[in-house]
Write a protein that binds this ligand. Structure first.
Ligand SMILES: [Zn+2]
Ligand SMILES: [Zn+2]
Length: 92
């Protein structure tokens, strides 16, 4: 009984298409991952919520998933695909 995993944004509850750029914040204790859209408003929520969880003593790893169409082999911020042209405060 397996079905395709539906990714939903933890900020706006909207569905995230896997081939679109998005952010994953992984709880290193439970392996559970919170996903967020790459759009600025959802990124902002992502930063705020992650800061709150970090203050609660949790440990997280942030993953940046680029669009399937992103042309860079090892993309980062300001990639040529334009996935994450707004750097997040938690990126460093
Ligand atoms: Zn969203
Ligand atoms: Zn990209």
């Amino acid at each position: 009984m397996s079905r395709p995993r539906v990714i939903r944004c933890a900020a706006c509850a909207g569905r995230i298409k896997p081939q679109h750029p998005h952010i994953g914040v992984e709880d290193l204790e439970t392996g559970k991952e919170f996903s967020y859209h790459a759009r600025p408003s959802c990124q902002k929520r992502c930063v705020e919520e992650t800061v709150t969880r970090l203050e609660a003593g949790k440990v997280y790893a942030a993953h940046h998933y680029h669009a399937s169409t992103c042309p860079d082999a090892a993309p980062g911020f300001g990639c040529s695909g334009g996935c994450f042209d707004t750097p997040m405060a938690m990126a460093n």
